[in-house]
Design a protein around this ligand. Structure first.
Ligand SMILES: Nc1ncnc2c1ncn2[C@@H]1O[C@H](COP(=O)(O)OP(=O)(O)OP(=O)(O)O)[C@@H](O)[C@H]1O
Ligand SMILES: [Mg+2]
Length: 504
């Protein structure tokens, strides 16, 4: 029997980039095929060709042994192909239910049957075990919730035979990941073939049958997951041995008396209750917790992006009133947001613009003119040190791969000289090699005397990098651990503390 899906020798070029060159992929019924590769390797491009968003330059695609012509998203859908996009494709002003069934709403003549739509959406979410308010406006949801809407939307097509998941877990927490994996298992039992893209190596073994590796737009190979080690997959991805993959954390460089930022009794109407902590010079302070624990909220309340109802903030020993993000920047507090699309980047501008726009002071001449040569130079140095894959400093940011966009947000904040840097999920969607680079950068920042707040859902990352770990649950700080006493179990116990109490 012919395989469910076969992609043969597919190539695709964009101006200045050969995104794919003679790439092959085979997917069987009821199989989960992991598709991996570094940022910019061509994973999303290949899947966009499969789902009719891009057209290929050459090559062929076969479904059930028959060659198919996928002229657009509608044709892809008719062939049973659904995709969960890496960059969320939801309409922020519409509700969850409206987004899930857009263009397919139940209607009575020209009239939209609102109630039927809501009920249908509620039913599907219940079947899937996803908890979301169907009438909520998508733009008000967290990134994680939006990702769950994307997932539900892709699963709402009964006719799906081939499901593409482009980094579905990059923004969701462990418990939601387990919900997703249960869904994948039931889909696979129904014979659906799934292409699963992820940078989280530990997930592959849990969920995938085989793994296909791309590197720089070319096909490297495919292996059964039981026949390869994680190191072998990484070597296939990067084409070299990764040095320093297991590096130990830098020596603790904490200056106990040198408190840069002191937060006391911070509360918000929605979630935070009496959040207090100190951030020292030269310290990486990790923030761990489950989704919705209040870590991003804490950061946003500090920089004045959300109003607080109580609390005080001291910077270098002086009381400060931070009225908004601009004020925070002026005071030397940089916030790298978890949602780069909404808060981090000007997608229609080029790399240089995005990288230096927040650090204009560094590239202004004596008369206040923007010094183009200096701007290019700063940009080029970050392209090198972060290994950003872009055809040039002038490329439009929206054309870069997801992970490379994330690196630009990081570069942008590094280019600006802040005393306090708040990183919210800095390695989300970043490939293994580049993750190491970012870890190195965070360490360097701390060693240069910066104070770093690190919010991350990847516990190993928090444990490895942080000098101390603040654990939050349900809007409160449930504990603070020194790095030598912090381990996975202790953190998880603190992270689930309030929730247990509430349940009891
Ligand atoms: N619309 C476009 N215009 C120009 N270049 C593009 C476009 N889409 C993708 N590219 C380029 O094609 C290459 C492959 O990008 P792609 O998004 O497929 O990578 P990826 O493997 O999904 O990476 P990531 O892990 O970062 O998501 C990159 O160099 C990217 O800049
Ligand atoms: Mg991608």
């Amino acid at each position: 029997m012919s395989p469910l899906l076969e992609i043969r020798d597919v190539s695709k070029g964009f101006p200045g980039v050969q995104a794919l060159q003679d790439v092959n992929l085979v997917l069987d019924r009821g199989e989960v095929l992991a598709l991996v590769g570094e940022n910019g390797a061509g994973k999303s491009t290949l899947m966009k060709i499969l789902s009719g968003i891009y057209t290929k330059d050459s090559g062929s695609i076969h479904i059930d042994g028959e060659p198919v012509d996928i002229a657009g998203p509608r044709e892809a859908q008719a062939l049973g192909i659904s995709i969960i996009h890496q960059e969320m494709n939801l309409l922020p002003h519409l509700t969850v239910a409206q987004n899930m069934y857009i263009g397919r709403e139940p209607r009575l003549g020209p009239l939209l049957k609102e109630r039927a739509l809501r009920r249908q959406a509620e039913q599907l979410l219940a079947d899937l075990g996803i908890q979301l308010p169907v009438s909520a406006v998508v733009g008000d949801l967290t990134v994680a919730q939006q990702q769950m809407v994307e997932i539900a939307k892709a699963l709402s097509f009964d006719s799906t035979k081939i499901l593409v998941m482009d980094e579905p877990t990059s923004a969701i927490s462990l418990s939601e990941t387990q919900v997703l994996f249960r869904l994948i298992t039931s889909l696979r039992e129904r014979g659906v073939g799934i292409v699963y893209i992820s940078h989280r190596m530990e997930e592959l073994r849990q969920i995938a049958d085989r793994v296909t590796v791309l590197r720089d737009g070319t096909y490297v190979g495919t292996k059964a997951i039981d026949d390869v080690t994680e190191e072998e997959i990484i070597a296939m991805m990067v084409g070299r041995e990764l040095s320093g993959h297991h590096d130990q954390r830098q020596a603790v460089q904490r200056h106990p008396d040198d408190v840069v930022l002191s937060v006391r009794g911070l509360s918000t109407k929605r979630l935070l209750k009496d959040v207090s902590f100190d951030l020292h010079r030269g310290e990486i302070l990790g923030f761990a917790g489950l989704m919705g624990a209040g870590r991003t909220e804490t950061a946003r309340a500090i920089i004045g992006a959300d109003p607080s109802t109580a609390g005080s903030i001291t910077l270098h020993g002086k009381d400060v009133k931070i009225t908004g993000p601009d004020k925070a920047v002026e005071l030397g507090i940089g916030y790298l947001p978890e949602d780069r699309k909404r808060h981090g980047l000007m997608l229609d501008q080029d790399v240089t613009f995005n990288m230096v726009m927040s650090s204009l002071r560094a590239v202004r001449g004596p008369l206040g003119f923007l010094r183009k040569d200096k701007a290019q130079q700063v940009t080029r140095s970050f392209i090198d040190s972060l290994r950003i894959k872009t055809p040039s400093t002038r490329a439009t940011v929206k054309n870069l791969s997801g992970g490379n966009q994330q690196k630009i947000v990081i570069g942008k904040w590094l280019a600006r000289d802040c005393d306090v840097l708040i990183f919210d999920e800095p390695t989300r969607g970043i490939d293994v090699g580049a993750k190491e680079e970012i870890y190195k950068l965070l360490n360097e920042l701390a060693q240069r005397g910066k104070a770093v707040m690190l919010i991350s859902s990847e516990l190993p990352e928090v444990l490895r990098l942080s000098h101390r770990v603040v654990v939050m649950s349900a809007g409160q700080v449930t504990g603070q651990l020194d790095n030598d006493e912090a381990d996975q179990e202790k953190v998880m116990a603190l992270a689930t503390r309030n929730i247990d109490r509430e349940a009891a």
